[in-house]
Design a binder for this molecule. Structure first.
Ligand SMILES: [Fe+2]
Ligand SMILES: [Fe+2]
Length: 138
């Protein structure tokens, strides 16, 4: 395996939404990625599978919660945002299969998770913040 180290992710202010539950969940997701970065080089195959499955479950719950908030808030891009979530969940499912078949490079997997999630949290999720905040102050 590639011995180049992938660095842990520090929480970045641009990830904050100011919606308490969402920020807690996003922080937990970042922790899970950091755990994967720390464990991947030495962990056995089945441990990686477990981490990936746990991550997929947690992220799916987080997505459901976000979709609920967006629906309640009448966010106009709910359908598009939900489609992005679904595509990501499908992709993680594919990663789990590829990993089990032994055809998955850890660095490629981690880079994908990192870039997708940090981009999603830092950009796409920021787009619903105003609508959801308006709802919460009503
Ligand atoms: Fe999110
Ligand atoms: Fe999202």
């Amino acid at each position: 395996m590639d011995s180049r180290e992938i660095e842990q992710v520090d929480w970045n202010k641009s990830f904050d939404t100011g919606i308490e539950q969402i920020d807690l969940q996003h922080r937990r997701i970042v922790e899970m990625i950091n755990q994967l970065i720390a464990d991947a080089p030495s962990a056995k195959g089945e441990v990686i599978t477990q981490i990936l499955q746990a991550m997929r479950r947690y992220i799916a719950e987080h997505f459901s919660y976000e979709e609920y908030l967006m629906r309640e808030a009448g966010y106009k891009y709910l359908r598009q945002h939900t489609a992005l979530h679904q595509r990501f969940i499908d992709k993680v499912g594919e990663l789990v299969v590829a990993h089990e078949q032994g055809s998955l490079n850890h660095d490629t997997m981690i880079q994908f998770l990192l870039s997708w999630l940090l981009d999603h949290i830092g950009h796409e999720d920021q787009d619903y913040v105003q609508s959801v905040k308006l709802l919460q102050t009503k």
